[in-house]
Design a protein around this ligand. Structure first.
Ligand code: ADP
Ligand code: FBP
Ligand code: MG
Length: 344
C-alpha cells in the first residue's frame, strides 16, 4: 500500500539539502509509489502541521540549488506549549503521514532519537558543513564549504602578498576544525588553528615571524571555535542562537591585532561567515546528497525507524541514531600533527 512520508530540514542550512529532498521524492515515487509532503521550517512544521506538497514537479531541477526549499529553524519538537510526541502523533494522524524523514545535524538527530523512543516513526539523514557527525565518513555540505574557504584563502594570499601583510581567515567549525584543516591544507596556510588543539599566541607569532623572515606573507586559518590554552569557552560576543547556545564568530578579529602588536607585522582579519553555507553545492555534495536521499526512501520502505543513512567508504549504510550520537567526529591529534610539522 502506498505510504505518505513527511520530510523536514532542521538546524543550520547546508548546500545539498535540496538534492536530498529531490533524491528521496524521485526514488520514493518511482520505485515505491510513495507520496511526500514537506514540513516547513524544521520541527515547527511538524508540530503545527504546516506542510507543502512534494512531488516530481516540485523537486524538478533542485539538486544544484543551495539552501532548502522547506526552510529550516532551530525550533525544537518538544518546545512548549504545543510540542511533544503526543501532539506530533496527532498531527501525523490528521495529515495521514506514516513516517518522518528528518534531515539535520547532531541536534536534529538527538531530537529524532527522543521522538523515536517516544513512539514516532522517524528516520534521519545526516547534514552539517562542520563534518563533525560520527558514523558517517563525510556529510554533504562540507566539501562545498571547503571549496569556498579554499577560494577565499587563494584570494587573500594575492592581496596579502602584494602588501606583505599577515592575513587571518576565520572559517566555521564550532567543535571540530575540519573546514579549517582541509581548506588550510588546500590553500597552503602557514598555520591552521582548530577547536581541538589550543595553540599559544607565542607559538602562532613564532610561525608568522618565521614566514615573514622568509620573505612571504603569512596566511593563518582559524576555526571559529579555536581557543587559546587559557580560554575556557570559545570566543562569543553575539548572544545566543534559537536553541540558547552561544553564537560563535569573531576570533579572527581578536587574533589579528594580537599578532600585529606582538610581531610588528601588519595583519588583517576576514571572517568568512555564512558565505560558506550558501549557494550551489559541489558535484561531490550533490552526488552524496542524492544518494542519501534515495537511500532514506529504502529505509522508510523497510520501516527502519530509529535509524539514519550514512556514508561508509563509498557505500551508503544504515546506523542507529544512538551510534551516530555516541561520539563527535573531531580532528584526531595525529592528523593535526601530520600537517603542524610544516607550519611556519
Ligand atoms: N537533545 C535535544 N532534544 C530535543 N530537541 C533538540 C535536542 N537537540 C537539538 N534539538 C532541537 O533540534 C534543533 C536542531 O539542532 P541544531 O543543533 O540546532 O542543528 P543541527 O541538527 O544542524 O545540529 C535545535 O535547534 C533544537 O530545537
Ligand atoms: O549562524 P547560525 O545559523 O546560528 O549557525 C552557525 C553555526 O552553524 C554551523 O554553520 C553548522 O552547525 P550545525 O551543522 O550544527 O547546524 C556552525 O559551523 C556554526 O557555528
Ligand atoms: Mg548542531
Amino acid at each position: 500500500m502506498a505510504k505518505r512520508f513527511g520530510i523536514l530540514t532542521s538546524g543550520g542550512d547546508c548546500p545539498g539539502l535540496n538534492a536530498v529532498i529531490r533524491g528521496a521524492v524521485l526514488k520514493g515515487e518511482t520505485v515505491y509509489g510513495h507520496e511526500f509532503v514537506g514540513f516547513k521550517d524544521g520541527w515547527y512544521g511538524l508540530v503545527y502541521g504546516d506542510i507543502m506538497e512534494l512531488n516530481r514537479s516540485t523537486v524538478r531541477g533542485l539538486s544544484h540549488e543551495g539552501g532548502t526549499i522547506l526552510g529550516t529553524s532551530r525550533f525544537g519538537p518538544y518546545q512548549e506549549p504545543d510540542g511533544g510526541a503526543e501532539n506530533i502523533k496527532k498531527v501525523m494522524k490528521n495529515l495521514g503521514i506514516d513516517g518522518v524523514i528528518a534531515i539535520g545535524g547532531e541536534g536534529t538527530a538527538s531530537a529524532s532519537r527522543r521522538l523515536y523512543e517516544d513512539g514516532i516513526n522517524i528516520v534521519g539523514v545526516p547534514k552539517t558543513i562542520d563534518n563533525d557527525l560520527d558514523a558517517t565518513d563525510y556529510t554533504f555540505g562540507f566539501n562545498t564549504a571547503v571549496e569556498i574557504a579554499t577560494e577565499a584563502i587563494d584570494r587573500l594570499r594575492t592581496t596579502g602578498n602584494s602588501h606583505k601583510r599577515c592575513m587571518v581567515l576565520e572559517v566555521m567549525g564550532r567543535h571540530a576544525g575540519w573546514i579549517a584543516l582541509y581548506s588550510g591544507i588546500a590553500g597552503g596556510a602557514h598555520a591552521i588553528l582548530i577547536p581541538e588543539q589550543p595553540e599559544s599566541l607565542d607559538q602562532i607569532c613564532a610561525w608568522v615571524t618565521h614566514v615573514k623572515n622568509r620573505g612571504r606573507a603569512p596566511m593563518v586559518v582559524v576555526a571559529e571555535g579555536f581557543k587559546f590554552p587559557d580560554m575556557g569557552e570559545a570566543y562569543s560576543v553575539k548572544g545566543l542562537d534559537g536553541f540558547n547556545r552561544p553564537r560563535l564568530g569573531g576570533i579572527a578579529e581578536v587574533l589579528a591585532p594580537l599578532i600585529e602588536e606582538r610581531t610588528g607585522i601588519e595583519t588583517r582579519a576576514t571572517v568568512l561567515g555564512h558565505i560558506q553555507r550558501g549557494g550551489v553545492p559541489t558535484a561531490f555534495d550533490r552526488v552524496l546528497a542524492t544518494r542519501l536521499g534515495m537511500a532514506i526512501t529504502d529505509l522508510c520502505a523497510d520501516k527502519g525507524w530509529g535509524k539514519m543513512v550514512a556514508l561508509n567508504g563509498t557505500d551508503i549504510v544504515r546506523v542507529d541514531f544512538s551510534d551516530a550520537l555516541a561520539n563527535q567526529k573531531s580532528v584526531p591529534a595525529d592528523q593535526y600533527q601530520e600537517i603542524r610539522v610544516i607550519f611556519g
